[in-house]
Design a protein around this ligand. Sequence first.
Ligand SMILES: Nc1ncnc2c1ncn2[C@@H]1O[C@H](COP(=O)(O)OP(=O)(O)O)[C@@H](O)[C@H]1O
Ligand SMILES: [Mg+2]
Length: 403
Amino acid sequence: MSRLLIVGGGPFQLDLIHAARRMGLSTVVVDGRAVAPGLAAADHGEVVDIVDGPAVVEVARRHRVAGVVSGASDAALVGVAAVVDALGLPGPSSAVVDRCHDKLVAARAVRAAGLPCPETEPLPEGAPVEAAIAAVGGFPLVVKPASAAGGRGVSLLDGPGGFDGALAKARRHGSGALVQRRVRGRSLGVEAFFWRGAPVEAFVIEDHYARPFVSPVGHGVPAAVEPALAARVRAAVAAWGAALALSDGAANFDLRVEGGVPTLIEVNPRLGGSSISQLIRAGFGADPAAAAIACALGRSPLPHLKRRAQRAVASRLFVGRGRGPVRVQGDPLAPWRGGDTLELVLDVAPGAPAPLAVDEFSLLGRCLVAGPDLAAATRRAADIARAVEAAVTCPEPTGEPRP
Ligand SMILES: Nc1ncnc2c1ncn2[C@@H]1O[C@H](COP(=O)(O)OP(=O)(O)O)[C@@H](O)[C@H]1O
Ligand SMILES: [Mg+2]
């Protein structure tokens, strides 16, 4: 039986572990935390720090794994890439992971290839910021950490007010801060799969926003993109993938369609987070987790990416302002269970802070909703979010000022 190494054993990796089992593989899972649920779910679970490349490689060699993969975790990609490099397996190499994880390096690589990606400049500590701001065309602009995820540390600024606060917020991530031209236009995501250096499938996903939360709070499929735009998005994904040398595996792209031109915001050489795999499975009957595993084993992912259905499905995060202990009134999920609600989860326990947070916001839970069309599914997902967010509050602990 072939053995697959899954780097990271958190709740969001369980999908991969189950897919591997369905594919008849034996699973080796590593995670630094002994309580990670994936360790118990695996055939062989080992407590190993996932960013300790040599330690992850040692496990891979000892188990003679045939492939290595991770879900939506950026940290886990460090371990994945170390194994890809050391054992010569298909997947994102350290060069690819490092390039994508530094948004300045990625933007420079894409722009050097003549492809659409916003002007991006570093904001080194102690250096004046005016030249960098001018180089990206002035305001409106975006200040962000060179490396982070989930919108953490990202600020969209219309004018100079708040620049210093935005810079301090971006720098808190320790990866350096960048300033970037603010790209206008519709926001789309693409869940793409590369095999032997070429893109073999690309699912286009609508992004839904609820300001002031900076990242999408929701996603929807099928995206309402006319065939000509879909073709331009696919061509852009292929060109960006070539510029960044993406070769085997999933890649999640953020883009905006500016003046009809798909323009890259960022790409991560892994499956998308935020329930994207569940969304694609519910919307198209395809199996992104199995496809990512096939790529990792050097097999074609295409059988797992076949569109067996087309259904309108929207996902939505529940987001609360504040990072304090969570209070829940009644059972806010009760009215929404059943029917077209495919998934409905609170990720918080009353009395404790939310386990996941983005800057001053707590992530409270999520839902996945089907509908007769995407607008209806999106409305229902937003209605659920409004009701849950009204019933679940997470104020700052008393006495602590808001950041
Ligand atoms: N240059 C930009 N122009 C317009 N919007 C942007 C830009 N950069 C980021 N954004 C918005 O902010 C969100 C988060 O930024 P992103 O760089 O994707 O950070 P993360 O890696 O944390 O997801 C994006 O989804 C997008 O909506
Ligand atoms: Mg993003």
